[in-house]
Ligand binder design. Structure first.
Ligand code: ZN
Length: 206
C-alpha cells in the first residue's frame, strides 16, 4: 500500500512517522527512513516533541527504487517531508509498492504558503491507495482549526515567491504560521499572540 498522511505544519506528522517506524521495526520488519529538509537541517527525522532518528536525505537525483534494490529485504519505507520530493520520486514510490512489495508511508504538507498543492503532494493524492488528513489539532491564533501554512516575512504575510523557502530557526526574517482558512484568506496574523500555532523556535511577528 502507498499511504499519504498530510496536515499543516506541526500537526504531528513527524511524530507519527517515527511512531510508525517504531511499530514496524518492533515486529521485525526492515525499513528505511527518508526525509528532505528536516527542521534540524540534518538528515534526520525530528519532531517538535523531541524524538529523533537518523534518516536518508532524499536529494533531487536520488532514485528510490535503486536505493531499496541495493538493500536486502526492505519491507517498508517511512518518507517524511514527502511534499518536497520530486514528482518522479513519487512515481518511484508507487513502483516500489507495485513491483517490489514495499509498504510506503509518506508524510507531508499538502499545500504551500500560497495554499496551492506541492507537485509531489498532488501526485500522492492521485496515486495513493489511502490519503489521510491528520486530525491532530493545530489551532489558529483565533482558536479555529489550523488548515493552511502562511509565510511571514518581516511580520507580514506574503503570497508570492519561491515555493520552498526554508525558515531559519535562528531568528530569521522568514517564518511560517498555521492559520485557519478565514485568517489565511484575509491575511490576519492576529495580535502577535502566539495562540499555539507558532513554531516554538521562530520569533513572533512584531
Ligand atoms: Zn483564525
Amino acid at each position: 500500500m502507498l499511504r499519504f498522511f498530510h496536515g499543516p505544519m506541526d500537526c504531528g506528522k513527524s511524530t507519527l512517522a517515527l511512531q510508525m517506524n517504531y511499530n514496524h521495526s518492533r515486529q521485525g520488519r526492515r525499513g528505511l527512513v527518508l526525509t528532505k529538509h528536516d527542521r534540524s537541517g540534518e538528515a534526520q527525522v525530528t519532531s517538535r516533541i523531541g524524538l529523533g532518528l537518523d534518516a536518508i536525505e532524499v536529494g533531487e537525483e536520488l532514485d528510490l527504487v535503486r536505493l531499496v534494490a541495493a538493500r536486502d529485504g526492505i519491507d517498508y519505507l517511512i518518507c517524511d517531508e514527502a511534499c518536497f520530493y520530486t514528482v518522479e520520486q513519487i512515481e518511484q514510490l508507487a513502483d516500489l509498492v507495485d513491483d517490489h512489495g514495499v509498504d510506503v508511508y509518506a508524510f507531508g504538507l499538502a499545500s504551500d504558503f500560497r495554499s496551492r498543492m506541492f507537485p509531489a503532494a498532488r501526485r500522492l493524492f492521485e496515486l495513493a491507495d489511502e490519503v489521510v488528513r491528520l486530525q491532530v489539532e493545530v489551532l489558529c491564533w483565533c482558536g479555529r482549526q489550523g488548515r493552511l501554512n502562511a509565510r511571514v516575512a518581516d511580520g507580514v504575510m506574503v503570497r508570492t515567491g519561491e515555493q520552498v523557502v526554508i525558515a531559519d530557526t535562528d531568528g530569521s526574517q522568514v517564518h511560517y504560521r498555521v492559520l485557519c482558512r478565514r485568517h489565511y484568506r484575509n491575511g490576519d496574523l492576529g495580535t502577535g499572540d502566539l495562540g499555539g500555532a507558532e513554531h516554538p523556535r521562530l520569533a513572533a511577528p512584531a
